[in-house]
Design a protein around this ligand. Structure first.
Ligand SMILES: [Cu+2]
Length: 165
């Protein structure tokens, strides 16, 4: 094998590996990182899931809705302060904008996936399935492990999508 063909083989292998890594949690233009859902106690009827969603495409997209068979009612939620300075959760009915290259961070104390009427307690080590519904990318199904935190969760980010009003 010549040096040139070796190089081409190495480049081909690199692209194949990269493609496989991306396909794990990706749909066209959407990449989901570090999903997790907090464990719940017996008798606790609701839970929340968190993740980082990135628009890797070149077109604006929007997270419209969320679904899961883990609970009766699943909604996109945010936290905001009411007139009395009390933090409250509320549904984000219009969803979240995801500009090209933008990130939507769903995290504790912020935007999150709310699951009400859990069919069973969320136990550590278990996986649940959450389907994200995007305006452009369509449905993206994510396997969400029940854990205390996302592994290697990014500490920050740029282009954070703010909740639409
Ligand atoms: Cu909530």
């Amino acid at each position: 094998m010549s040096f040139k063909s070796l190089m081409l083989a190495a480049i081909a292998a690199l692209f194949t590996t990269f493609g496989l890594a991306l396909s794990a949690h990706a749909a066209p233009g959407i990449e989901v990182q570090e999903p997790y859902a907090l464990p719940t106690l017996a008798g606790q009827s609701s839970g929340a899931a968190f993740m980082v969603i990135r628009n890797t495409g070149t077109a604006p997209d929007r997270l419209l809705d969320v679904r899961s068979d883990a609970a009766d009612l699943v909604q996109l939620h945010t936290h905001s302060m009411d007139a009395n300075g009390v933090m409250k959760m509320s549904q984000v009915k219009d969803g979240f904008d995801l500009p090209p290259g933008g990130e939507l961070i769903l995290q504790r104390g912020g935007n999150h996936v709310m699951m009400m009427g859990l069919h069973a307690p969320l136990a550590l080590g278990q996986d649940i399935t959450v389907t994200l519904v995007f305006e452009l990318a369509g449905e993206v199904t994510v396997t969400v492990p029940v854990a205390e935190s996302g592994i290697d969760a990014p500490m920050g980010g740029t282009g954070v999508a703010m909740p639409a009003n």
